[in-house]
Design a protein around this ligand. Structure first.
Ligand SMILES: [Ca+2]
Ligand SMILES: [Ca+2]
Length: 347
C-alpha cells in the first residue's frame, strides 16, 4: 500500500530538508532496509531479535541487508548463518570483526555444529567466521548500494563495528569516507545500550553501567560524539520491563522438532527464566517506529563517562532520544515480541 504523505508533512519535508534531515521528517522506505549489528552469543536476546527480523521480513516490513557481528568468536557467524538458513535466507551476508572483545564461544553458538546422525541439525554453509568478510567492508558495500537516507541500523551489541565504519576511508567501494557514507545512506540508528533510569538492585535504585557500553567504552564514547544521524536508545530499563515469557519457549516453537531460537534460549538460561528482551525492543522500534509500542524522550545528547555510565542531557539540537514505556505499553510489546519471534518461516 502506498504511503500517503499529508500536506503538512510534505511542506515540512521540502523546508526541513534544506535545514537538517531528521528521521521523523524522512519518509520511511517500505520495507525498511535493515542492518543488524549484534554480539550474538553473549546473551540470547540477540537470537530472539534475529527471529523477529525474519518474521518482519516475511510480512514485508523489512529487508535484512546484512548482519555484522561484534562478538569476536568464529562460531557467532556460523550460528547466525544457521538461523538465517532456518528462515530460508541463508544468503544474507554476514561480516565479522577481529576486536578480541568477548572472544569466548558462549553457551549456544556451538549449536551451529550440532549433528544428528551424519547431518547438521541446522544446515548452513558459512561454517566459521574465519570465512566471513570484515564487518566494515560489508557495511561499506551494503551502504554504498542503498538509497540515500534509507537504511536503519539496529545495533544490539558493542559499538566496535559502527565506529570502525566511521573511521573508514574512501576506497574502491565508495568515494565517501565513513562519516559521509553514513550521513548519506543511513536514516536511523536504533541501539540497545546504556541506561536512562536508575535500576533496582538489592532493594535500592542504583546507577547502571550497561554491558554493551562497558565492553567497548572507547567505541561508545566515539559513537555518541561522531555518529552523524539520529540515535534512538533502548536503555537497560526497557528490556527488563518486558521480559520474554518462558511459556512461549516451551510451547510456541514446537512446529519443528529442533528450533534454533528455543534451543539457544534453553542453552543460555532455561525456563522458567523469563529473559529480558533488550535487543528485541531495538528491533521492534527500528522496524515499527509508529505503532506506539514505546514513548520517546525529548531530544538531547548522551555522553559516555570513562567508567561507561551514560548520561542524557536534554537539548533541542540533540540527535539522541531514548525509549520510554508505560504499563499499558508493556503488555502490547511483550505480546508483539512473542508473536514475531515465534512466527514460523513463511516458505
Ligand atoms: Ca549462508
Ligand atoms: Ca546483544
Amino acid at each position: 500500500m502506498p504511503r500517503i504523505l499529508s500536506l503538512p508533512l510534505l511542506v515540512g519535508l521540502c523546508f526541513g530538508m534544506a535545514l537538517s534531515l531528521h528521521a521523523d521528517d524522512l519518509p520511511e522506505a517500505n520495507p525498511v532496509p535493515l542492518i543488524f549489528d549484534t554480539d550474538i552469543g553473549n546473551d540470547v536476546d540477540d537470537v530472539l531479535a534475529l527471529g523477529m527480523i525474519h518474521a518482519l521480513q516475511s510480512r514485508g516490513e523489512c529487508e535484512l541487508l546484512a548482519v555484522t557481528i561484534t562478538k569476536d568468536h568464529k562460531d557467532a557467524a556460523a550460528f547466525t548463518d544457521a538461523v538465517n538458513t532456518f528462515y530460508g535466507r541463508g544468503d544474507i551476508p554476514i561480516g565479522v570483526c577481529r576486536s578480541g572483545v568477548t572472544n569466548h564461544q558462549g553457551k549456544f553458538n556451538g549449536l551451529a555444529h550440532q549433528q544428528d546422525a551424519d547431518a547438521l541439525r541446522y544446515p548452513h554453509d558459512l561454517r566459521s567466521g574465519d570465512d566471513a568478510p570484515d564487518a566494515v567492508l560489508l557495511l561499506r558495500q551494503t551502504l554504498a548500494k542503498a538509497e540515500d537516507h534509507s537504511v536503519v541500523i539496529a545495533q544490539v551489541g558493542f559499538s566496535t563495528n559502527l565506529v570502525n565504519l566511521l573511521d573508514s576511508k574512501a576506497d574502491e567501494i565508495s568515494d565517501l569516507d565513513g562519516i559521509a557514507l553514513v550521513n548519506q545512506k543511513v536514516r536511523l540508528l536504533s541501539i540497545m545500550a546504556g541506561a536512562f533510569t536508575k535500576i533496582p538492585q538489592d532493594g535500592k535504585l542504583v546507577e547502571h553501567r550497561e554491558y554493551n557500553v562497558v565492553k567497548d567504552i572507547p567505541a561508545s564514547k566515539k559513537l555518541v560524539t561522531d555518529w552523524p544521524t539520529e540515535i534512538i536508545w533502548s536503555g537497560f530499563e526497557i528490556g527488563i520491563a518486558v521480559p520474554y515469557p518462558h511459556q512461549s519457549i516451551e510451547q510456541d516453537y514446537r512446529y519443528v522438532e529442533h528450533h534454533p531460537l528455543a534451543e539457544a534460549y534453553i542453552a543460555y538460561n532455561p525456563p522458567p527464566h523469563d529473559r529480558p528482551t533488550w535487543d528485541l525492543t531495538s528491533v521492534l522500534h527500528a522496524v515499527r517506529p509508529n505503532r506506539d509500542y514505546f514513548g520517546l524522550s525529548p531530544r538531547g545528547t548522551v555522553t559516555v563517562a570513562d567508567d561507561g555510565l551514560t548520561v542524557f542531557a536534554q537539548s533541542e539540537s540533540g540527535k539522541h532520544r531514548y525509549l520510554k514505556l508505560t504499563d499499558e505499553q508493556k503488555a502490547r510489546v511483550i505480546e508483539t515480541q512473542v508473536v514475531l519471534a515465534s512466527e514460523p518461516p513463511h516458505n
